[in-house]
Design a protein around this ligand. Structure first.
Ligand code: AMP
Ligand code: MG
Length: 417
C-alpha cells in the first residue's frame, strides 16, 4: 500500500479513469494471511484460502438419471420393440450386481448401474406385457439416461479456486465431496467513521442545521455483505487534531479505515490534511459521476479511504473503490463488475471521458423487452434515487449521448456486493 501513494502523485490534479483506479488498487493491496477452518454451515461469504482439489469424483459412482429399466447397449432393440425379462431391481442407495445378457433391470433415479449395463429406458417410454416382461422400443441411443462416475468433476481436478468468495453452490460442492470444513482467510476488520459538524446520529438531539448520519449505516451494511468485521466508530467533527487522533488510533488495529465526507477542497474539509499529517495521502479526482474526489492513503501501514459525503457519490465510489480494496485485502479473487445489456428508455447527454452512472429501475415494455427507466432527478444527495431504483446504468467514458432504444449496460444493486 505504501507504494500506492507515491505512484499516484503522478496523477496530480488529472482525472483518473475508473479502470486505472481499480487496476492500481488491485495490484497493490496485499491480502491478510491468517487462515482459519470453518464448518460448511459457517462458510457462506468466506474467502477460500487454498484451491480445493476434488478428493473424489462426482458423481461418486455411475448411476441412473431416471426411473426406468437398465440394459446393456449391446442388447438395445434396433428395428422393432422387444420384450425383455426383468432380471433384477435396484433402488437408490442399494448395491447393484451384474446384469445378465439379454435382460433388463428395474432401476430408480440415483441407483448405481448394474455392472455391464450402460443405458436406461425411462419408465414413461415402456410397457410391461402380460408375461411380466418389459417391452422396450427401438431407437434409444447407447448410454442414454445414465450419469457416469466423474462426469461432473474428475477426481483430482480443481473443484474451487483459491480466493473464491464462497457462495451457496460452492458450499454444496464441498459437501458433495464429503468435506465438513474449509480453510478460509480471516475476515478483514474495517473501521468506519462519518465526518462533519452537521452530521448527527439518529436518536440524538439534532440542531436545526444538522442532518442525520445515513452514510455510516449504508457503508456498514455494504461492508457486512462483503464479509467484513466492522468497528462503528461514530462521527468525527470537522477538526483536524481530533480527526488525526481518531484515524491514527483506528489504523492500529484495523485492516482498513474508511470515512465519508470532508475530502473535497473546502476549508472545512479536514480529512485530507489530517491524513497527510499522520500518514501519506493521494487525492484522486476520479472521472466518475456521481462521485467527487476520493482520498486514498496509508496510515501506519493501514490503507485509508475517504469517500465523498453525498450519499449517492459515497455509494457509487464504494462500488468502484472500496469494494475492490476490500476484496483484495480479504484475499478474494477480483470480481469485475459486469454491466449487462439492457434497452434504455431515456435520453441522456454526458461528458466524454467520464464514466457516468444513471440510477434506473427496470420494467418490461409493451414489446416484452426489459428496459431501464431513469430516475427523474440527478442530485448526488438524493437517497430516494437509490431507494426507488433497481441499479445503475453504466455509461462508459466514450459515450456522449444515449437515445431511447439504445443498448446500455446495467448493474443491479445486488451485483455490487
Ligand atoms: P462533504 O463531502 O463533507 O463536503 O459533504 C457533502 C454533502 O454530504 C454535504 O451536504 C453533507 O452534509 C453530506 N454528508 C456528509 N456526511 C454525511 C453523512 N454521514 N450522511 C449523510 N449526508 C452526509
Ligand atoms: Mg463535510
Amino acid at each position: 500500500m505504501a507504494q500506492l501513494s507515491d505512484d499516484c502523485f503522478a496523477f496530480g490534479g488529472k482525472l483518473l479513469p475508473v479502470d486505472d483506479a481499480v487496476a492500481l488498487i488491485s495490484a497493490r493491496v496485499g491480502a491478510v494471511t491468517e487462515t482459519q477452518s470453518v464448518a460448511l454451515d459457517d462458510a457462506d461469504g468466506r474467502v477460500l484460502a487454498e484451491a480445493l482439489m476434488a478428493p473424489l469424483p462426482l458423481p461418486l459412482f455411475t448411476n441412473s438419471a431416471v426411473d426406468g429399466y437398465a440394459l446393456r447397449s449391446a442388447d438395445l432393440p434396433h428395428d422393432a420393440a422387444r420384450a425383455f425379462l426383468i432380471s433384477g431391481r435396484v433402488q437408490a442407495g442399494a448395491e447393484a450386481g451384474a446384469i445378465a445378457a439379454g435382460t433388463a433391470v428395474r432401476i430408480f433415479t440415483g441407483a448405481p448401474m448394474p455392472n455391464g449395463a450402460d443405458t436406461v429406458f425411462m419408465q414413461e417410454d415402456v410397457t410391461v406385457d402380460e408375461a411380466g416382461r418389459v417391452v422396450l422400443p427401438a431407437g434409444l441411443r447407447p448410454g442414454a439416461n445414465m450419469r457416469p462416475e466423474g462426469e461432473d468433476l474428475a477426481r483430482g481436478s480443481l473443484a474451487l479456486p483459491a480466493g473464491r468468495r464462497l457462495r451457496p453452490q460452492d458450499i454444496a460442492l464441498a459437501a458433495a465431496l464429503g468435506l465438513t470444513h474449509l480453510e478460509v482467510r480471516r475476515p478483514i476488520k474495517v473501521a468506519v467513521f462519518s465526518t462533519g459538524n452537521e452530521v448527527v446520529a439518529p436518536g440524538e438531539i439534532r440542531a436545526p442545521a444538522q442532518l442525520y448520519d445515513s452514510n455510516r449505516f449504508m457503508l456498514i451494511a455494504l461492508l457486512k455483505r462483503l464479509g467484513c468485521e466492522i468497528s462503528d466508530l461514530g462521527i468525527l467533527r470537522d477538526d483536524r487534531a481530533a480527526l488525526s487522533v481518531a484515524l491514527s488510533d483506528a489504523a492500529q488495529n484495523h485492516d482498513l479505515v474508511l470515512t465519508s465526507g470532508g475530502v473535497s477542497t473546502g476549508e472545512e474539509d479536514h480529512v485530507k490534511a489530517s491524513v497527510e499529517s499522520i500518514g501519506s495521502l493521494v487525492l484522486w479526482r476520479m472521472a466518475i459521476k456521481p462521485g467527487r474526489p476520493v482520498a486514498m492513503g496509508v496510515i501506519a501501514g493501514t490503507p485509508f479511504i475517504g469517500l465523498p459525503g453525498n450519499p449517492v457519490a459515497s455509494f457509487v465510489t464504494f462500488a468502484y473503490v472500496v469494494r475492490p480494496v476490500v476484496l483484495a485485502l480479504a484475499g478474494a479473487a477480483a470480481e469485475p463488475l459486469h454491466a449487462l445489456p439492457i434497452r434504455a428508455a431515456f435520453p441522456y447527454k454526458k461528458k466524454l471521458g467520464r464514466r457516468e452512472f444513471v440510477r434506473a429501475h427496470l420494467r418490461i415494455a409493451a414489446d416484452g423487452v426489459h428496459e431501464a427507466v431513469k430516475f427523474p432527478r440527478e442530485g448526488a444527495g438524493l437517497l430516494s434515487s437509490l431507494v426507488e431504483t433497481d441499479g445503475l446504468v453504466e455509461l462508459g467514458e466514450d459515450i456522449e449521448r444515449v437515445q431511447p432504444g439504445d443498448a446500455v449496460g446495467f448493474l443491479a444493486y445486488a451485483s455490487l456486493i
